[in-house]
Design a protein around this ligand. Structure first.
Ligand code: ADP
Ligand code: ADP
Length: 226
């Protein structure tokens, strides 16, 4: 029941080796935090698993199928359908109400606007956003905006959600609230979560933590948060 795997991943930028042979396995409904010093290869690892960066060596498998060799069009279609993305901040379109921001990935998949907005609205209560569907991003707090971004990532019911420093712009209390919802709602949806964070308290909400150093796995740990 491995959903996503990377084996022997190598990525070089000129003379810099960003990934020096990394193996990762992510199981169904698993949440994995990637931690490590700045420049250690965390983002490169996340982007490689997500089919955004192509590895120079090794392979990436989604439900056992290699995705790192797919053509650009098939790969971007796969990313839209099977992956969801949450970034640090600023990912919502400011002129659209929250519900339309969430509906956008569905509309890109061809779901008619009305249906897409209806499906989008279902995420608002589980994410503690009841009553905020009509607000524009500028009328939301930082934590609320990140919860809308989580709804948007989950809208297509992806296999894997990738989150790159999703709490990086939030204070500690808000970070805890956001990561709790991110891990629990993602799991309830049936998706796996791969998250890069430099915040150990945030990482502790994940099932497992992978430590990266100089492009290699330097350790791993398992946490259970009550
Ligand atoms: P130990 O080395 O202490 O025997 P295990 O190999 O059993 O530990 O791994 C402990 C946990 O960490 C397991 O859930 C395992 O799947 C996970 N783990 C170890 N290495 C990786 C990796 N490269 N990617 C993802 N998870 C890993
Ligand atoms: P982290 O996310 O842990 O800060 P990164 O994955 O961003 O680390 O970077 C790992 C290494 O690869 C760093 O030395 C970084 O400078 C280099 N790197 C990352 N992306 C690029 C790029 N697009 N071009 C050149 N070097 C890069």
């Amino acid at each position: 029941d491995t959903v996503l795997a990377g084996y022997g991943l190598v990525k070089k930028y000129g003379s810099t080796t960003a990934l020096a042979g990394v193996d990762v396995e992510v199981r169904e409904r698993d949440s994995l935090a990637i931690m490590g010093p700045s420049g250690s290869g965390k983002s490169t690892l996340l982007h490689t698993l997500a089919g955004i960066v192509r590895p120079d060596g090794g392979e990436v498998l989604l439900r056992g199928e290699r995705i790192d060799r797919l053509g650009e069009n098939r790969l971007s279609a796969l990313r839209r359908k099977r992956f969801g993305f949450v970034f640090q901040s600023g990912q919502l379109l400011p002129e659209l109400p929250a519900e339309e921001n969430v509906a956008l990935p569905l509309m890109l998949e061809g779901v008619p606007r009305k249906q897409a907005v209806e499906r989008a609205r279902r995420w608002f209560v589980p994410l503690g956003l009841d009553g905020l569907a009509h607000r524009r991003p500028g009328q939301l707090s930082g934590g609320q905006a990140q919860r809308v971004a989580i709804a948007r990532a989950l809208a297509v019911e992806p296999d894997v959600v990738f989150a790159d420093e999703p709490t990086g712009a939030l204070d500690q209390a808000t970070s805890t609230e956001v990561v709790r919802l991110l891990t629990s709602v993602t799991r309830e949806q049936g998706a796996a979560l791969v998250m890069v964070t430099h915040d150990a308290d945030v990482a502790a909400h994940c099932d497992r933590i992978l430590h990266v150093r100089d492009g290699r796995i330097s350790g791993h740990s398992q946490y259970t948060v009550a």
